[in-house]
Design a protein around this ligand. Structure first.
Ligand SMILES: Cc1cc2nc3c(=O)[nH]c(=O)nc-3n(C[C@H](O)[C@H](O)[C@H](O)COP(=O)(O)O)c2cc1C
Length: 205
């Protein structure tokens, strides 16, 4: 049985384009894979806490000597990591905020990137531990950032996510962008069609 983890990161509880794309994706995946298990984490509406000094101290304390207080501090962080480890397919809804990702998604990444758990250091350098999973990133942006567009170099969302997810071992990533949502519905419709056309075939593979 396949498990899909759906992460949404728009602060909007209604009318979010990226959330809508994730809903379309999950429906398409469920239709293509009967019995699929889906878990949801909405960090936009239920944000994780920023990493503070005590939490970072707990992360860098070896697991077998962590205090109860440190275990408590890491409980939600551990849940984030466990959800990632359990998933075969990860779909991430990513609104563009100020040419990058929302701060809520950044904080989720800060919790997901756990040394000794989702990545580790080897003699050859860092190695991601979340291997063999398929990732889809569904973005929503007010403007147009596609290849060849004047604003292409201002898209810090796509390269950042490729880098940080790749660092964790998540190297098989497909991006589907809803472009120009400030100008109308066309970019959203195109992304929905792309999701319907590509997701089930990819996921059946
Ligand atoms: C705080 C904020 C910052 C934004 N920054 C950008 C931006 O840098 N570039 C852009 O094209 N659109 C920007 N937008 C527009 C959003 O990308 C667009 O509204 C998108 O639909 C947001 O996704 P959501 O509907 O899932 O929340 C911004 C919107 C907000 C609320």
């Amino acid at each position: 049985m396949k498990t899909i983890l759906a992460v949404t990161s728009s602060p909007k509880s209604e009318g979010s384009v990226s959330n809508t794309l994730v809903e379309h994706f999950v429906q398409a995946w469920k239709d293509a894979t009967p019995g699929a298990e889906v878990s949801h984490r909405n960090v936009g509406v239920n944000p994780l806490p920023h990493l503070d000094e005590a939490t970072i101290g707990a992360i860098y304390t070896p697991e077998d000597v962590r205090s109860d207080a440190q275990r408590g501090l890491l409980a939600e962080s551990d849940a984030v990591v466990e959800e990632l480890e359990a998933a075969d397919v990860i779909v991430i809804g990513a609104p563009m905020h100020n040419f990058s990702i929302s701060s809520a998604l950044k904080t989720w990444i800060d919790h997901a990137a756990r040394v000794g758990r989702t990545f580790h250091y080897t003699a050859e350098g860092p190695e991601g531990q979340l291997k063999g999973k398929k990732v889809f990133v569904l973005t929503a942006r007010g403007g147009n950032y596609g290849e060849g567009s004047p604003a292409h170099a201002m898209d810090h969302q796509t390269p950042y996510l490729k880098t940080v997810l790749g660092f964790l071992g998540l190297t098989d990533i497909s991006f589907i962008h809803a472009e120009g949502v400030a100008q109308g519905q066309d970019g959203i419709d195109a992304a929905v069609l792309e999701i319907a056309a590509s997701a089930p075939a990819d996921m059946a593979a």
